[in-house]
Design a binder for this molecule. Structure first.
Ligand code: ATP
Ligand code: MG
Length: 258
């Protein structure tokens, strides 16, 4: 691992890259995952690498949705296992949901490695798309392979750094989707029921915190938090924020990181 000086202005961002490179060497992350991270980073850079108020609003709606769901499932891919594996295990415990490995670049060994990693973090149940595999109809990528006891029968699926195809198909099957995606323009962001536009590294602790905080509220109150959320409006606010920040940059105003 390279030595990144703590004083570096992009320290956190550089450490995230290091973690992904390590996970790549361990066979958890694929090279394509490193590139997908790059797309996310670009948006994070423009957004100032902070959690915006709109993201907090989405976090509360996501927490509410996960709490009122009967069969929530936490879907995990290589990048999310590498960056927030422990936090995903914690979230799963808080909402009493199983974790399920779901990969675009599928290999049995990677599926198993990610499953083992989550177990090493204390996961109770990790479902794999191997033994009880079913298919999401209409989906051609390997992401179609889902566990019969997990995503296949879930009413709500949590996804991070997702490909838009599966989100669209899951929605068409009548399932709710909670997505974490730094790109408010992506098909995932548009198709999900609740999209948290934030880096998973910041979003996960926020989400688990919100679940803990909200849990003791009445069911009706929780439902209200979810129902009063408008995903399209939230995404439009993010797009307006991006436009404003780029305008500032274009006029050579304050630098973007604030
Ligand atoms: P879609 O198919 O939904 O239009 P895409 O083809 O851009 O999206 P992929 O490249 O498959 O999606 O997945 C990467 C997505 O994950 C990107 O939208 C990217 O912004 C997002 N992303 C990458 N790293 C992070 C991160 N650390 N936190 C949150 N989102 C991230
Ligand atoms: Mg895509």
């Amino acid at each position: 691992m390279v030595n990144v000086p703590r004083s570096h202005p992009r320290y956190v961002s550089l450490m995230i890259r290091e973690r992904l490179v390590e996970a790549f060497k361990e066979g958890i992350v694929v090279p394509e995952g490193l590139m997908a991270h790059g797309r996310g980073e670009a948006f994070d850079y423009i957004l100032g690498e902070v959690t915006h108020e709109m993201a907090r609003k989405a976090v509360r709606a996501a927490a509410a949705l996960l709490l009122i769901s009967e069969k929530p499932v936490i879907s995990v891919n290589g990048n999310s296992a590498a960056l927030v594996g422990r936090e995903l295990v914690e979230l799963a415990r808080e909402v009493k949901a199983p974790l399920e490995v779901n990969l675009f670049y599928w290999s049995r060994s990677r599926v198993e490695k990610i499953g083992e990693l989550l177990k090493s973090y204390g996961a109770n149940e990790v479902l794999l798309p191997i033994d009880d595999a079913e298919e999401v109809p209409g989906l051609e990528s390997s992401r179609r392979l889902v566990n019969r006891r997990g995503i296949y029968r879930a009413d709500t699926v949590f996804v991070a750094m997702e490909d838009g195809d599966r989100t669209e198909k899951l929605r068409r099957l009548g399932k709710h989707v909670v997505a974490v995606d730094l790109n408010p323009f992506s098909r995932t962001a548009r198709a999900a029921t609740v999209t948290i536009v934030d880096n998973v590294v910041r979003a996960l602790p926020e989400l688990t915190g919100a679940v803990r905080e909200m849990r003791s509220a009445g069911r009706e109150k929780i439902r209200e938090v979810f129902e009063s959320f408008d995903n399209e409006r939230n995404l439009k606010e993010f797009i307006a924020t991006i436009t404003q920040r780029l305008d500032r940059l274009a006029s050579y105003g304050e630098p973007l990181s604030d």
